[in-house]
Design a binder for this molecule. Structure first.
Ligand code: BYC
Length: 482
């Protein structure tokens, strides 16, 4: 078997990194473990800790068969440390060390930078669990409840993945960072999570689907960029995390699609032809399409902020150092050093949006964001197909990249979703047309009534086409124990 294919399931922490041979790290992780379990009990899903949830657990790292499904109580989930197999003789694929052997240890000069990136990545994982912790109480079905918990336990595993790197490679400082990952809290006034979007609320299930579609997709893009890293343990860790991430985006993609399906079906049955007749659509107990658009506007723009500033020396330094690459760096055909290249950036200059060429190295956050926007557009095309097929004259659309931004070039201006600049007064007057307002929130909240009977779904969302692990429609995905 290639290096890293054997998983040891005997100890407290399943792993394929031979923890038994590394007593220092094994002890450090075993010391961190009780704090993690306390965090899970305090800040993980509210309730359901004694329930049996039909979860997948990673038991290997072979893409063809890496998971097994079974009923598990969440606190007993096996949170393991799994790295994708090593690529023999891997070389650093970009930056000034391009072509040198990939690092198996942290290069001293890049220690602080690497620790920072790993900590930021680690911080997002528990943050999302905290944001979603109350959703179990209003799940529209057992199928959805199980998907929520699957996402939550895997975000927990992703936290373990980063904590392993911190303990193994960053000594005392790494241990301190790992402890602090359990201390910050999403939305807390004094000890918030590190990145903006991870301190926002996820108030309802439509937000959850939007979050897993849009924000987990930032996770995908950032992990893809870190998977290119010249620091090989980080690369291997992120490569395996990406395998799990795909399911999280599926939950979001199919979740939004099922909401759209149910809405257009109810409208058709009721003979409603105007998608903007919000009152009539809401009277059917489904989410009107304009409100779905508003939720999209919110989650897309909050997620764009996670890419940082469009023009960033941090990003340039990380690339030059060989620490964080571009999306699919290994498939790109250029010199992979970018020293002489330029890249077009949309900037806000004297109150106008203007395209400017800047050194490509400093525009790497934007480049990743552009790849993200393209990737995020694919689901919207699918959702629109559902609306079109049902015969409605309405299309969902990603808002302009300048809309409702808090980080980067557009943080100081207001625009509408088309990217037209608005005065402060116009923004204040129109904001409620673009983003979910109090009345929208109250209506969506009114729909959030739990459905806990196997095979049944709340009235605002369609049943999925396929069961998880090919289970039949009436499968009891969660055996609830009060
Ligand atoms: N909020 O040069 P700049 C996921 C800070 S999601 C607050 O613009 P840089 C997941 C920045 O830290 C993926 N602060 O940005 C999804 C810096 O501060 P310092 C998470 C922000 O450094 C769903 C300063 O502004 N992974 O996995 O090039 C569920 C200027 O920085 C924000 C990663 O993000 C913000 N939005 O890029 C579960 C990968 N943006 O250092 C999980 C690791 C910027 O001057 N992180 N700042 O004090 C990174 O690559 C980079 O840290 C960022 C920022 C892309 C986030």
């Amino acid at each position: 078997m290639p290096d890293g294919m054997n998983i040891n399931y005997d100890g407290l922490i399943p792993n394929n990194v031979d923890l038994n041979a590394d007593q220092r790290v094994r002890k450090a992780l075993e010391t961190w473990h009780p704090g993690y379990i306390d965090w899970w009990k305090d800040m993980g899903p509210i309730g359901f800790q004694e329930s049996l949830v039909y979860l997948r657990t990673a038991i290997g790292v072979d893409p063809k068969g890496w998971a097994k499904f079974d009923y598990v109580k969440m606190p007993e989930y096996k949170w393991g440390i799994l790295l994708a197999p090593a690529v023999p003789d891997r070389k650093i694929p970009f930056g000034k060390h391009k072509g040198e052997p990939a690092w198996q240890e942290v290069p001293g000069e890049y220690r602080a930078m690497l620790r920072r990136l790993i900590t930021v990545q680690g911080d997002t994982e528990p943050a999302s669990v905290e944001q979603q912790r109350h959703l179990g109480a209003t799940a529209p079905s057992l199928y959805d409840l199980r998907n929520l918990f699957q996402v939550n336990v895997e975000e927990g595993r992703h936290l373990w993945a980063m904590v392993y790197l911190l303990h193994k490679y960053f000594g005392t400082e790494g241990r301190e960072e790992a402890d602090e990952l359990l201390q910050r809290r999403s939305g807390h006034a004094d000890t918030p999570r590190m990145l903006g979007a991870f301190n926002e609320a996820t108030p309802d299930w439509l937000s959850f689907f939007m979050f897993t579609y849009f924000t987990d997709r930032d996770g995908k893009m950032q992990l893809e960029a870190l998977a290119q890293s010249g620091f090989d343990p980080l690369s291997r860790t992120c490569r395996f995390m990406l395998t799990e991430e795909a399911h999280h985006m599926f939950v979001g993609d199919s979740g939004v699609q099922r909401v759209v399906e149910r809405t257009v079906e109810a409208m058709k049955t009721a003979g409603i032809t105007d998608p903007y007749d919000i009152e009539a659509v809401r009277a059917l107990g489904v989410v009107d399409l304009p409100t779905i658009q508003k939720k999209m506007n919110l989650h897309f723009s909050l997620t764009l902020d996670l890419f940082g500033n469009e023009v960033s020396t941090n990003a340039a330094n990380a690339f030059n150092a060989g620490i964080k690459g571009r999306y699919r760096e290994d498939k790109l055909e250029d010199d992979h050093s970018l020293l002489d290249a330029t890249y077009p950036v949309l900037r806000c200059i004297d109150g106008k949006l203007v395209e400017e060429q800047v050194p490509a190295l400093s525009a790497l956050n934007l480049r990743l964001r552009n790849d993200y926007v393209q990737d995020a557009g694919t689901g919207v095309v699918r959702w629109n197909r559902v609306i079109e097929k049902a015969g409605f004259n309405f299309r969902l659309k990603l808002p302009h990249v300048a809309f409702y931004r808090h980080i980067g070039e557009f943080a100081s201006i207001h625009t509408d979703p088309e990217g037209n600049i608005l005065s402060d007064a116009d923004w204040a007057a129109k904001k409620d047309e673009f983003l979910p307002n109090d009345a929208d929130a109250a209506y969506i909240t009114s729909l959030m009534v739990p459905v806990a009977e196997a095979g049944k779904y709340a009235g605002w969302i369609a049943a999925p086409k396929l069961g998880i692990d090919n289970k039949p429609g009436d499968f009891e995905y969660v055996q609830i124990v009060a």
